[in-house]
Design a protein around this ligand. Structure first.
Ligand code: ADP
Ligand code: MG
Length: 699
């Protein structure tokens, strides 16, 4: 089968619905999908029946409400289509409209951050009809998956999806007010579009199974660097190895079946690191599809005796993985609000949008930073491999010069809108250049008609960052519309608003090297926040301006934000807690015993060699050095155990998370160092686990 037959074959798409549903039912569905409202119960029943029949033809035996609780993963509970058999023993396969629309999973074990007292354990899943249902072929059967939101008994969001959908509504409403100012009377909606570039590592499954740190903590907690890392840049865009290629080929087919436009694939910077990017889609669909992509990567990897590592930093010393979140806003008529056009200097609407972006990002830099924080991402941000933890905007020369002009600086307007690129090779045609170069050190970079939010972690659910982006833009648009609606001389008022806004927020623009130490100092001078880690970012969620922002646009209530902060602390504490415990186990049960064996062997060697009157000074020197590391390791293990126990006993979850960050992590580092040092001094065969070289270069 070719791509046209495969693509979307597992999706209950609009095309399938159109074909299978009575016309009036289909029309009602499309109307509710586009304009909101409730499906009548008769319509829901008809759709459910058609959906079930379609799924059963695909081999489905069960259905599930597929949702995104605040565990960071997706959740599903399968129920078969079976009904009670009649007296003759026959059973009907059924899916009612009610079951399609709503479910009530036993929600007490999902994180709620105190939103739901255990005595009120009810949580509801409700069908998100803007994202299509699909069937998933798994070893446990073929399952009809119905994308849903997950809320509490009182309607509070318990998932990543509900706030995202709320933020999309908000930004749409306010952006429409903005385009109306420029005479657009026909657009009905503005959608947020997202294209996430997913980075990942692959590792051989049999080696993975020997690394309990990868199994428990999703990253290596010990391991000396291999002699070769990424210094030659030979892996980046290199020829794809056969085994990896076979994985990619199967992965593409599986993703295409789900209607996911997997399109770009390449080797990334670090050994055994790769990337997959789809074509962008509406934000909520992109979020669902990215979750499904991550899940499918893991499943397909297993079929190839590989394991897909989505952690932000599986290996120390080489690049970690991120997920560049390409984001734009466009009307339902196909106008991209972030497209400057050929003459941005004459495009007032684009200038106003740009001013709003500058204001939104500057005003809420700390919130955006928070939205990209997750436990693993702390290893990347600011570590010279990913953007710094300081939010700034890269605009490129053309737009930066435009902003300066508007503000009234003395800069000449840059006319470098691309132009031609001469390679000096007569047989190569003269190329047309892009107007902007790229800046990979910027966390928020303009790339011609979209922004690339480059801070997001590879394992994170992109619903969070996109909710934040939509929310801050909704506010900036709303404030602009408030100021400009009803202006006597619109053009004059608009120009003045743009100038004032750009002047007030110009500090957020930075086109230079974001990795440099000078930028850290310069950003501090400009008063830009530099929040170094997740635990320091979490309090932002409940800052007054953030609560005000989210409540104003009905995206989060204060209680929901407090719950999210609580869950984030909990998440952090639990994950670092697992890392600490894993290190304690591994050091105590594997590494230290292995090192003791090595010292015994060396001691025996010293004795044997000296017994025959020969020089054993090398063995003795090694023995002494290793013994030194052994002592260090043992002391560090005792210390980590003690600090871990003290931290784990704390009552306050925020205090606990902070102690994990500032006390436990340094104690973990102190344990790792001597063990990694010994790894390079002993016989490889006596080392208890596969090394970095084995893991990264034998895929
Ligand atoms: P890069 O060259 O930055 O690595 P990729 O091709 O890997 O780019 O990924 C770019 C992503 O941006 C793709 O998912 C692409 O579909 C997406 N994209 C392109 N245009 C837009 C847009 N207007 N809005 C959102 N995403 C977009
Ligand atoms: Mg890319």
């Amino acid at each position: 089968m070719g791509i046209p037959e495969i693509f979307g074959s597992n999706v209950f798409s609009l095309a399938v619905m159109k074909e299978r549903l009575p016309k009036n039912v289909y029309t009602e569905f499309v109307d509710v999908q586009e304009n909101g409202g409730m499906l009548s119960s008769a319509t829901a029943d008809t759709i459910a029946e058609a959906m079930k029949n379609w799924a059963v033809e695909k081999g489905a035996t069960h259905y599930t409400h597929w949702f995104q609780p605040m565990t960071g993963a997706t959740a599903e509970k399968h129920d078969s289509f079976l009904t009670v058999p009649n007296e003759m023993g026959y059973t009907l396969l059924q899916l009612s409209g009610k079951k399609l629309i709503m479910g009530e999973p036993d929600a007490s074990s999902f994180p709620s951050g105190g939103l739901r007292a255990t005595s009120y354990a009810r949580g509801y899943t409700a069908w998100d009809i803007t994202s299509p249902a699909f069937v998933k072929e798994q070893s446990c059967g073929t399952i009809l998956c119905i994308p849903t939101v997950f809320v509490s008994f009182t309607g509070e969001a318990l998932d990543a999806k509900t706030p995202l959908l709320r933020s999309m509504q908000a930004v749409s409403k306010e952006a429409i007010r903005l385009v109306r100012l420029f005479g657009n009377t026909t657009a009905k909606k503005v959608a947020a579009y997202v294209g996430p570039e997913q980075e990942y590592f692959l590792v051989d499954r049999s080696k993975y199974l020997q690394r309990r740190d990868l199994i428990y903590a999703n990253r290596t907690l010990f391991g000396a660097p291999a002699p070769k890392g990424q210094e030659l840049d030979d892996h980046y865009f290199g020829a794809i190895r056969e085994r990896v290629g076979a994985f990619m080929a199967d992965l593409n087919v599986e993703l295409w079946k789900y209607g996911i436009t997997a399109t770009t694939q390449h080797n990334e910077v670090a050994p055994a690191q790769h990337e997959l990017a789809p074509i962008f889609a509406t934000a909520n669909v992109a979020v669902d599809q990215n979750n499904l992509t991550m899940e499918t990567m893991k499943r397909v990897a297993e079929q190839h005796d590989l394991v897909c590592l989505l952690h932000e930093k599986p290996y120390a010393g080489v690049n970690g993985s991120g997920k560049h979140n390409n984001w734009s806003l466009g009307t339902d008529e196909g106008e991209n609000l972030f497209d400057p056009g050929d003459k941005p200097e004459e495009n007032l609407q684009f200038q106003l949008v740009l001013a709003c972006i500058m204001r939104a990002i500057d005003k809420h830099a700390d919130l955006l930073r928070e939205s990209a924080s997750d436990v693993g991402n702390d290893h990347r941000l600011g570590a010279q491999e990913a953007p710094p933890a300081i939010i700034s905007i890269f605009l490129g020369d053309q737009l930066e010069s435009l902003v300066k002009q508007i503000i009234g600086g003395d800069d000449e307007l840059s006319t470098d809108v691309g132009g031609e690129l001469d390679t000096g090779v007569s047989t190569v045609p003269v190329l047309k250049k892009d107007a902007t170069d790229r800046n990979r050190t910027s966390p928020f970079a303009f790339t011609g008609n979209r922004f690339e939010f480059r801070m997001v972690g590879s394992r994170d659910n992109i619903a969070g960052p996109n909710t934040a982006l939509n929310a801050v833009m909704a506010e900036a648009f709303a404030d602009a519309a408030d100021a400009l609606e009803g202006a006597e001389d619109f053009e004059e008022a608009c120009k003045a608003y743009i100038k004032k806004t750009m002047t007030d927020h110009q500090r957020i623009i930075f086109n230079g090297d974001g990795y440099s130490e000078e930028w850290v100092e310069e950003a501090a001078r400009r008063g830009l926040p530099n929040i170094k880690c997740m635990v320091d970012a979490i309090p932002v969620l409940t800052h007054d301006d953030v609560v005000e922002l989210f409540e104003r646009f009905h995206i989060f209530t204060k209680a929901e934000l407090e719950a999210r902060a609580e869950i984030s602390y909990e998440n952090y504490a639990k994950q670092i807690g697992i890392e600490a415990k894993t290190m304690i186990h591994l050091a105590g049960k594997r590494y230290i015993p292995a090192i003791i064996n090595c010292t015994t062997e060396l001691a025996e060697s010293v004795a044997t060699v000296e017994a025959v009157g020969c020089d054993a000074s090398v063995q003795r020197a090694r023995l002494e050095q290793i013994t030194g590391y052994l002592k260090q390791a043992e002391a560090a293990l005792d210390n980590l155990t003690k600090i871990y126990q003290e931290t784990d006993a704390l009552e306050c979850i925020a205090c606990m998370a902070k102690d994990y960050r500032y006390k436990v992590i340094p104690a973990m580092d102190a344990l790792r160092a001597p063990i990694d040092a010994v790894e390079l001094m002993v016989n490889k065969d006596s080392w208890p686990v596969p090394t970095y070289g084995d893991l990264m270069f034998e895929v």
